[in-house]
Design a protein around this ligand. Structure first.
Ligand code: BDR
Ligand code: CA
Length: 313
């Protein structure tokens, strides 16, 4: 089978970085057509710099990295330096990138790429706020028919929220954008906190990254070392959740994951529950299913896959 063509839309972020590394390490299953950056964990100038740092770490300065939207559609930008550090990629000491940003706006790249490929052949993989994807859909509604699917990290239902008591960070930053995406009609697979909180980098798993003895293995171990102190303090969990790599792991081996095809809508009005992913898990409404909401994974299988693939870089 030929590899799936994807666009990674991202706000690196240590876990975004690991998701990108996993994709670049898996050319049999994934062909990265380009990386589009958005403001999220840190402002756009840093996310678009960090994405290039990660490509160079992977030995892939040929990947096209585009800068996109620098703020949410209708709200002020909320960032997460308290989790990811000032640079967004705190932990390892990695050199500034030498590869330039690709010319043009990320939103135009998304539109042009979807239009240039046969319908149903390009998958969008958002790992941050959905501003770029929603802007592309607003500017070029025809692309909804072109995308194969969207596999995204965002939301949470049984786990509640991680930035407010009901909202997950990516959706909370730009609920209006998320609403547009969830109503787009494009098939969506959602990796919410319900599953990512089961993808925990325990000490043995982090030791396995470090034991690779490569620059990538060491950098990934240092990244997870950095942001796990936050999650361990907050949740009392056994390690940092690797949110975004669930998206790229799903593309490589969907059998590692399970969930339900249900209706998911986004709260865009109430300040109390702004950005909540209202998931009809029990199918108690007659609202039509629009997303596959993942709630479980084979965590050992996930970490075995990730470690084995990172070893290739
Ligand atoms: C999501 O928010 C960011 O902090 C992470 O990179 C991930 O995409 C988790 O809520
Ligand atoms: Ca992210």
């Amino acid at each position: 089978m030929s590899p799936q063509k994807i666009i990674i839309d991202t706000d690196p972020g240590q876990d975004d970085a690991v998701a990108i590394l996993l994709a670049l390490a898996s050319p049999e299953e994934i062909e990265v057509l380009g990386i589009t950056c958005v403001a999220g964990n840190v402002p756009l100038d840093l996310t678009s710099k960090n994405a290039r740092i990660v490509c160079e770490l992977a030995g892939r300065p040929d990947i096209k990295v585009f800068a996109g939207c620098d703020r949410p559609l209708g709200r002020d930008l909320v960032t997460a330096e308290h989790v990811h550090g000032k640079s967004g990629l705190d932990g390892p000491d990695l050199p500034d990138p030498t590869m330039p940003l690709a010319e043009g706006h990320a939103v135009d790249f998304i539109i042009e790429t979807l239009r240039a490929h046969p319908a149903g052949t390009v998958t969008l993989c958002p790992l941050g706020p959905l501003t770029n994807i929603a802007t592309a859909l607003q500017k070029a509604p025809d692309i909804a028919e072109k995308a194969a699917k969207i596999v995204l990290m965002g939301g949470g239902y049984f786990e509640g929220g991680n930035i407010t008591s009901t909202a997950e960070f990516n959706i909370y930053v730009d609920p209006q954008a998320a609403d547009i995406v969830f109503k787009s009609g494009i098939p969506i697979v959602v990796m919410p906190l319900d599953v990512t909180h089961k993808a925990l980098v325990t000490k043995p798993r982090n030791d396995a990254f470090r034991a690779l003895g490569t620059q990538v293995g060491t950098a990934v171990a240092q990244m997870t070392d950095f942001f796990e102190r936050f999650d361990i303090e907050k949740y009392g969990s056994a390690g940092a959740p690797l949110h975004d790599p669930c998206v790229t792991a799903f593309l490589i081996n969907p059998e590692l994951f399970s969930g339900r095809h249900i209706n998911v809508e986004i709260e865009t009005q109430s300040e109390l529950t702004m950005g909540m992913t209202v998931a009809d898990w029990w199918r108690v409404t007659d609202r039509p299913a629009n997303a596959t909401f993942i709630n479980d994974l084979d965590a050992d299988g996930f970490f075995t896959l990730l470690t084995e693939r990172l070893a290739r870089l």
